[in-house]
Write a protein that binds this ligand. Structure first.
Ligand code: BG6
Length: 487
């Protein structure tokens, strides 16, 4: 792996503290960072290198998935970090940064390979990208890459505006858009799961699959992010990105040993086949919900509009459920049900594939067999299970659903950010969101945004701690189905 400099905008922020430094540290422990690497943190405040390094040490001690066992190793790791104050709108600050970057490249004898990571509010993305170009920071003899995090815009228009700004300074192949769900091990596993298991491959078609359910339920509310969340809601915060990415990763059919370009291309095909919704369709296929007060994990919590910083009259969505179809040869007539929401009764992200029941009932017997389910647990625990039917050996006649389960050992599972940083370092964009996907997802979601805005879809209230509004259950009942595994 080539040596590189990691230039982090927003280095004193929460994401850096909780996720970025611990991820870099774990990559370092695994020997997955280049032997010589340099990290330069940026922020408005003046902070000395020593103080910066001590903050990183704190973050690692508090948030790393693995405890520090080798103090000398930690010290060597921290020596790679430098800090420079930078006021985003001030071009002169970028020239100062360039001097520091070059000085470190010379000290370490590393090539001009630079990764810029924007861990700042999206309104600054354009200015930073522009200043990287203007200051000469982007004029490298090696390679340059840009990592950004969602939100990539707030709707189709703003996403396009943002992309046009980034495109002035970075080529598409240089932009790595993080959707951290794509870094989750079970999402990265989906293709292998299908490919290496002939029993699944044989059944992986609309001939045998009745429906697919994707759920991302959370117990948390808006937390400290009221300002952001009330402006975005579940559809922009989770659905347009994480949920549609899971859908794409599940529904694409890849050739073996596919490259990042294959994956991007196939994902685009999935979105092209996604049946567009008119605003009228939205009313029939999408449920919009908001939580009221209730009890979550034994604690009474306020309703959404009673949360600090939320407009009392807010009609923002904290829950969305939708029915979608992929109109291609492979998936036609298989409904996909997707739901996500805050303040639900459990923290769980999973995919459930319900298989059809093509069997005749055994003659004369009143046997009620449950459907076969393949359950892919994406988080918080990674695992997989199968629901089959069996006549209880000790208890006579009745057929019972049984589960065959596998759960991964959590402490060994790398965090999404570790995988994604490593991929960005080696220039592999397979598990990142490419512009076409982002644009087409916004395009698909746009009628939902408009229908919500125009109040064409009723706002269904659900008590915190429940499994969502009843309308989300009716959506499946209309088709003769139910959400599986609701506690
Ligand atoms: C983020 C959303 O992208 O994902 C948050 O902005 C949400 O609102 C989070 O809580 C969920 O991520 P995870 O990995 O905990 O499922």
């Amino acid at each position: 792996m080539e040596a590189a400099t990691f230039i982090l905008f927003g280095s004193t922020g929460d994401l850096a503290k909780r996720k970025i430094y611990p991820a870099l540290f774990n990559l370092y422990l695994d020997g997955k960072l280049p032997t010589a690497f340099s990290v330069i943190g940026l922020g408005r405040k003046a902070v000395s290198d020593a103080e910066f390094q001590s903050r990183i040490e704190q973050s690692i001690r508090s948030f790393s998935r693995r405890r520090v066992q080798d103090e000398a190793g930690l010290k060597t790791f921290l020596e790679a970090f430098r800090y420079s104050s930078l006021d985003i709108p001030v071009l002169g600050d970028y020239s100062r940064l360039l001097e520091l970057v070059k000085r470190r490249e010379a000290e370490l004898g590393i090539p001009e390979n630079r990764i810029f990571y924007m861990s700042v509010a999206p309104e600054f993305f354009g200015t930073i990208a522009h200043s990287i170009k203007e200051s000469g920071l982007g004029a490298v003899t090696g390679w340059k890459r840009l990592i950004i995090e969602k939100p990539f815009g707030r709707d189709l228009t703003t996403a396009r505006e943002l992309n046009a700004k980034l495109a002035q300074s970075f080529e598409e192949r240089e932009i790595f858009r993080i959707d951290h769900y794509l870094g989750k091990p079970m999402i990265q596993n989906l293709e292998d799961l299908e490919y290496t298991n002939p029993i699944l491959q044989a059944l992986w078609t609309n001939r045998y699959i009745a429906n697919v359910q994707i759920t991302a339920s959370e117990t948390v509310g808006v937390e400290e992010r009221a300002g952001y969340y009330d402006h975005y809601g579940a559809v922009r915060d989770m659905f347009q990105n994480h949920m549609l990415q899971i859908l794409m990763m599940l529904a694409l059919q890849l050739p073996k040993h596919s490259t990042a370009d294959n994956v991007a291309f196939k994902k685009k095909l999935v979105l092209e086949s996604l049946r567009p919704l008119s605003k009228e369709d939205v009313r029939l296929n999408v449920v919009r919900g908001q939580y009221t007060s209730g009890v979550v994990e034994g604690k009474t919590v306020p309703g959404y509009t009673e949360e600090k910083g939320i407009d009392k009259a807010s009609a923002n969505d904290t829950f969305i459920a939708a029915r979608l179809w992929i109109d291609n040869y492979f998936w036609s007539e298989v409904p996909f049900y997707i739901r996500t929401g805050k303040r639900l009764n459990e923290k769980s992200t999973r995919i459930v594939i319900q298989f059809k029941d093509p069997l005749e009932k055994p003659n004369g017997k009143n046997m009620q067999a449950a459907p076969n389910l393949l359950i892919i647990e994406i988080g918080p625990e990674a695992g997989i299970s199968f629901q089959l039917n069996l006549k209880e050996p000790n208890q006579g006649e009745g057929i019972e659903p049984i589960h065959i389960r596998y759960s991964a050992d959590q402490k060994d599972v790398p965090e999404a950010y570790e995988k994604l940083f490593r991929d960005a370092l080696i220039g592999d964009s397979t598990f990142f969101a490419h512009w076409d996907e982002v644009e087409m997802s916004w395009q698909w979601v746009q009628p939902i945004l408009e229908a919500f805005e125009e109040n064409l879809v009723p706002l269904e209230l659900y008590p915190a701690g429940s499994n969502g509004p009843s309308a989300a259950h009716k959506l499946l009942q209309q088709d003769g189905y139910q959400w599986w595994l609701d506690p």
